[in-house]
Design a protein around this ligand. Structure first.
Ligand code: RUB
Length: 310
């Protein structure tokens, strides 16, 4: 298989959601770029730079919402080198560093976030987020007796992956349909979800249904926490960019729509939760209020450099 075909293969796995979740797609993209950079044949340095840029673009286009992809690709592709070999090594080193930091971040988020879970708490989670599960798992490992309520997360049922992971850890879990969230919210002490994107003003973009859960939590006075690595924050939003919400195939919702004449299925994959509904964002750099998102973007993602160079 040609090196570019391997990148296409990874890109297809990300588009089809065989590889999914903002963190996992970012690390898969970083690993794919490393593999490509080490294997691709190039006639000149310019040719190498051009080819790697094409590969990066292939990966970038797979899931339009996840800023983790563009941040990962930017971090991996940020290199200074004089020749092809230097560039290959720099990309490989950057990718390794990104993947390692990403793993450490999830662990650290677990340690920090788990302090917000008390003995006997019931935690509600939505979709399947590594970062959110890290918080829950760290609380469980520290000996706290907790219970989890997990939503199905239609239409792709990522909640089934979540209950499988929690079951393996020996955590008592209840599965509910998405529309049962309000019915159970009075029994919930803390909602913990992951993030696809956090904007400069602390707005959260996450799996469709998250915004409704946040609203329910606010009404029931239940705390709402987001668990997110700092590369889930979007530097572009500082420049006024809007987050694109991915619309997926209608068939994910309704297998056969052909018998209806006047029906259209809408399938937005993510929604927007205003920062007012978020009590805490737990990152590897610490637990912050949504209002501090700008600082994360400036200090961890080097936004100021971006402005100087634009
Ligand atoms: C997954 C999703 C997750 C975030 C965070 O959506 O919305 O909550 O990506 O996950 P999809 P993680 O299944 O459409 O990719 O914490 O694992 O990065």
């Amino acid at each position: 298989m040609k090196p570019i075909d391997r990148v296409t293969e990874t890109a297809e796995k990300i588009s089809s959601m065989e590889i999914r979740g903002a963190g996992r797609i970012a690390t898969a993209a970083a690993a794919s770029l490393k593999e490509y950079a080490l294997a691709v044949q190039a006639e000149s340095f310019e040719d190498f730079n051009q080819k790697t840029a094409v590969a990066a673009d292939l990966l970038l286009k797979t899931r339009p919402t996840a800023v983790s992809l563009s941040n990962a690709i930017r971090m991996v592709m940020k290199y200074k080198a004089d020749d092809i070999d230097g560039a290959r090594q720099a990309i490989a080193t950057n990718a390794d560093r990104f993947i390692e930091n990403s793993q450490k971040a999830v662990e650290k988020i677990g340690q920090i976030g788990s302090k917000r879970i008390r003995e006997g708490d019931t935690v509600l989670t939505h979709c399947n987020s590594n970062a959110a599960i890290s918080v829950i798992s760290a609380a469980h490992k520290s000996g706290k007796n907790i219970k989890v309520i997990a939503t199905e997360s239609r239409p792709r049922f990522q909640g089934i992956t979540t209950i499988g992971m929690l079951d393996q850890m020996g955590i008592e879990t209840e599965l509910i349909v998405d529309s049962a969230v309000r019915s159970v919210m009075n029994d919930v002490d803390l909602v913990v979800v992951g993030a696809d994107v956090i904007t400069a003003n602390g707005t959260l973009v996450n799996k469709i249904g998250t915004a409704q859960i946040a609203l329910c939590a606010r009404e029931a006075r239940t705390s709402f926490m987001v668990a997110a690595e700092t590369y889930k924050f979007s530097p572009e939003t500082i420049l006024g960019e809007l987050v694109t919400i991915e619309e997926r195939e209608a068939t994910e919702v309704l297998a056969d729509i052909s018998k209806y004449k006047h029906v259209r299925v809408r399938n937005p994959a993510f929604d927007v939760t205003p920062h007012q509904y978020i009590d805490l964002i737990c990152t590897e750099a610490g637990a912050i209020s949504p209002e501090m998102s700008y600082l994360i973007i400036r200090e961890r993602l080097g936004w100021e450099m971006k402005v100087e160079s634009s």
